[in-house]
Design a protein around this ligand. Structure first.
Ligand SMILES: [Zn+2]
Length: 258
């Protein structure tokens, strides 16, 4: 692509998206890293995100992730989420807000879990249940019991903390999606943090064209991606969808048809 900005064409049959907090930022969910990110603004919250401090930090976890889930649920998906869903493309996401599923995406690899679900604190127990996003430090504030109905251990939000493994099923799905992509598009993620930093090169090694859509691309991103679009994903992605589906491509708008 030498002229004009990149957009997908009919040659792209397997588009796979990788999304990060940037795609949800306009819902009021802040990004996490960077000077205006949640970790910088709320150092106490950042400290509570370490698994080795459990279970003492459970009230903070419920409070923070319950609030996130509530903000996300009440706002709903963005134009970017909706365009990705209408493209029918699978998504690998670092987000825990459930907004891809809310937009209608069917294949979503949630690398960092989901704030819309509760799990048992005991990793050997497989209890998991949807929650009702609320406000407060107690599981009951979010519509789930404080003790696991299966084993009696405390419950927690199903969100991956800093020193925890990524869910193996989600990671495996992400790797398979990256390998089968012919167009791999990262949106709203720096692409420099694991596993995002590995997925784009993996897709590229398997023949995909790699694209970053980020209004403020991080330094070094042009080495990871074939195309870097420093634009608003909420404009770029709906535009891609219109082009691919020819929505609005009616003859009276087309100067070459009469
Ligand atoms: Zn349990």
């Amino acid at each position: 692509m030498t002229a004009g900005r990149f957009h997908p064409g009919p040659e792209h049959q397997e588009i796979v998206f990788l999304t990060g907090s940037g795609i949800s930022a306009r819902t009021g969910l802040g990004t996490f890293r960077g000077p205006q990110g949640l970790w910088a603004l709320e150092p106490e919250t950042e400290r509570a995100m370490h698994a080795h401090l459990l279970p003492g930090t459970l009230p903070q976890l419920w409070s923070v992730w319950g609030r996130m889930a509530r903000i996300a649920t009440s706002h709903g998906p963005t134009p970017g989420h909706r365009a990705i869903a209408r493209l029918g493309a699978p998504v690998i996401t670092q987000n825990i807000d459930g907004l891809h599923q809310a937009a209608g995406s069917e294949i979503v690899a949630e690398l960092h879990g989901s704030a819309l679900f509760a799990v048992c604190l005991d990793p050997r127990c497989d209890w998991r249940a949807p929650l009702e996003p609320g406000e407060g430090e107690y599981p009951e504030d979010h519509g789930v019991p404080s003790s696991c109905p299966r084993c009696g251990a405390p419950t927690r939000p199903d969100v991956v903390l800093f020193d925890e493994q990524l869910p193996p099923d989600a990671l495996d799905l992400a790797m398979r999606l990256a390998q089968r992509a012919d167009l791999f598009v990262a949106v709203g993620t720096s692409g420099v943090v694991f596993p995002a930093a590995q997925l784009a090169p993996l897709a590229r090694a398997h023949g995909a064209t790699t694209v970053l859509v980020d209004i403020d691309p991080p330094p070094g991103s042009s080495a990871l991606f074939d195309h870097v679009l420093a634009e608003d994903a909420h404009e770029v992605l709906p535009d891609w969808e219109r082009r691919l589906h020819r929505v609005g491509g009616t003859s009276f708008l087309d100067p070459f048809l009469s």
